[in-house]
Design a protein around this ligand. Structure first.
Ligand code: ATP
Ligand code: MG
Length: 573
């Protein structure tokens, strides 16, 4: 790759205000370290200034993004962030975004949280014919979203940089191709950024598309929960993730139904405790309203209903949990005493309950339960679906290896939008026969700051950041241990010159007034992959020390061999 940023910098000149402590509101490692390493400073909640060291990383990430977007035929735009509200009204998104949208006072403008509308507006005015298609238009630009609780530093900002691109195609086959090109470009971008990422198919929610995929990074700092299989790579958002469910182990003998008085027993735990049985002998009942019709949902033991899976299982329509005050009218009992025996409701049971016997559930009579329920024998109006949440250790649907449930951060998202925006804004084209059709659109986003924060989440230790060699603000950190020593200074100056000449990106700690210990701590904090330490003792032997930030390994190198050694370490030609 041709390097755009190759100039070395002197620490005495570049503004990197490192600190020992981070402010109290910084709790996740990337936030703490971006503050301590002098990359960012907060201006207001969710709004950050990027200082020179941090902005250098932004430029590096953008360089990779531009390279891969250009490679799939993307053309770079720069769209206005200040948008007439009218355009956003045409697509109904002033309402859809609600409080997230920033409005500009005393003008009918909004600050753009994304740019589908503006792209569709340009297409409506300037794309006329099938000959103008396909197009891939992208930009790297500031987005504004009034996120309710901005935290986690730049991972969730109110102002942030997004690479957003939009594909314009004449039909769905064209969109499929543009979508695949983006998926492949995204894999290259995140790989070049040395991120360990995984992909999940997502339901496209409010964006109104019919196919979408998210690129995720596993991190304790994440706000999404995903299920991943380390063996075969299966990954999904926990809202829709599936597991291989083991069939219920029936008891040999089925008891008969028996009503039991269970005063004040409400929860599954209380029931199991009261009857001295395992929770897996209890079936939990929940009442939902599906298109105005109540249904009874049964779960094994303490399993929670996964409402997204329930919604998918039931197909079309609206679904909500019944309100507490509706329960006794529907079932004859309050929450805690509801069950599947003698009910007229359609029963939807989780797949884990298929074939279960000798189960206990509510009697539809307050303070009573029924034991001896045999799902095969006693329940006829029942359908089984996988509607539970996958749990840590459940087996993978594909390969039956144990699954992990992890927190994750969304790095990027690709959507098949279809014609929602082109229809709302009149973006149409004429085909060969002169017939008019709406343009078929896709939309694709990547959070630039999130890439940097995730890199730090994945690469740090108690001392600071550990940038990978392939993507770091600088490649080499040259440290003159004592700059008042003439020999050290002249050697450092010579090495700094040679590194610049050899296109090695070097940060040179030429500060005179700080101690060696302070310099070493700063170097470990800001995390440049290779440190070159020039000290008196080694210099006497005509040697300098190379320290690897990641491992702490050190080795002595002849000064004359230093440049070649660094080039080899950095895989430079
Ligand atoms: P999230 O669910 O995390 O809020 P989103 O679904 O709202 O993300 P998109 O609208 O798809 O995100 O935006 C595309 C990308 O922009 C996201 O994948 C993410 O990397 C980035 N992004 C979104 N919101 C923010 C934010 N508030 N701060 C920083 N980056 C963001
Ligand atoms: Mg969001």
């Amino acid at each position: 790759m041709k390097k755009l940023i190759s100039k070395g910098m002197r620490l005495s000149k570049i503004f990197i205000p490192t600190t020992k402590e981070a402010p109290a509101d910084a709790v996740i490692p990337s936030h703490v370290l971006m503050m301590r390493a002098g990359m960012i400073r907060p201006l207001a909640a969710g709004i950050y200034s990027f200082l020179p060291f941090g902005y250098r990383m932004i430029k590096k990430v953008c360089e990779i993004i531009r390279r891969e977007m250009d490679a799939i035929g993307g053309q770079e735009f720069h769209l206005p962030a200040l948008n007439p509200k009218e355009i956003w009204e045409k697509t109904g998104r002033v309402e859809a975004f609600g409080d997230i949208l920033f409005h500009v006072k005393n003008r009918d403008y909004v600050l753009a949280p994304t740019h589908e509308e503006i792209i569709a507006e340009i297409a409506a005015n300037h794309v006329k014919s099938y000959r103008d298609l396909p197009q891939i238009w992208y930009q790297i630009q500031t987005k504004f979203r009034n996120e309710p609780r901005p935290r986690s530093g730049v991972i969730r900002g109110r102002q942030f940089l997004m690479k957003d691109s939009y594909s314009l195609d004449r039909d769905w086959e064209g969109l499929d191709k543009s979508y695949e090109l983006h998926a492949e470009a995204y894999r290259k971008i995140f790989s070049a950024c040395k991120l360990k990422f995984f992909e999940v198919g997502a339901s496209s929610g409010a964006m109104g598309g019919t196919g979408s995929q998210e690129f995720m990074v596993e991190s304790e700092a994440g706000e999404d929960t995903c299920v991943i299989c380390d063996n075969c790579g299966y990954a999904a958002n926990v809202e829709i993730a599936k597991a291989n469910s083991t069939p219920y182990k029936r008891d040999d003998n089925s008891e008969s139904l028996k009503e039991i008085h269970t005063p004040n027993v409400k929860t599954i735990d209380e029931l199991a405790e009261f009857l001295k049985i395992p929770t897996t002998k209890c079936a939990k009942s929940r009442v939902y309203i599906h298109n105005d019709t109540p249904i009874l949902v049964l779960m094994l033991g303490n399993d929670e209903v996964n409402e997204e899976k329930l919604r998918i299982a039931l197909g079309a329509g609206k679904i909500r949990p019944a309100h507490p005050e509706e329960l006794s009218e529907i079932t004859g009992a309050d929450a805690g005493s509801i069950g599947p025996i003698e009910t007229n409701l359609q029963i939807i049971a989780d797949i884990k309950l298929k074939g279960a016997n000798n189960m206990v559930s509510g009697a539809n009579k307050n303070d009573y339960h029924i034991s001896g329920i045999d799902f095969d024998r006693d329940l006829s109006n029942i359908k089984y679906y996988d509607i539970h949440y996958v749990q840590e250790g459940d087996l993978c649907v594909n390969c039956k290896s144990p699954l992990r449930v992890v927190k994750a951060i969304e790095l990027g998202h690709i959507f098949k939008l279809g014609t929602k925006y082109s229809e709302a804004l009149g973006a149409k084209f004429l085909d060969e026969k002169g017939e008019e059709h709406p343009i078929v659109m896709g939309s694709y986003g990547i959070g630039v700051e999130r890439i940097i924060a995730c890199l730090i989440e994945q690469n740090h230790d108690e001392k600071g950041i550990i940038w990978p060699k392939e993507i770091a603000p600088f490649q080499v950190h040259l440290i003159g241990v004592n700059m008042k020593n003439d020999e050290i200074r002249s050697t450092c100056e010579k090495l700094y010159f040679e590194m610049n000449e050899s296109d090695i990106e070097v940060l040179y700690d030429d500060r005179e007034d700080v101690s060696a210990g302070y310099k070493f701590n700063d170097a470990d904090l800001i995390g440049i992959p290779l440190q070159v330490i020039v000290g008196e003792k080694n210099l006497a032997k005509n040697k300098v020390e190379i320290k690897h930030r990641a491992t702490g390994n050190k080795k002595l190198v002849e000064i004359g061999l230093l440049i070649r050694t660094l080039q080899d370490e950095l895989f430079l030609p």
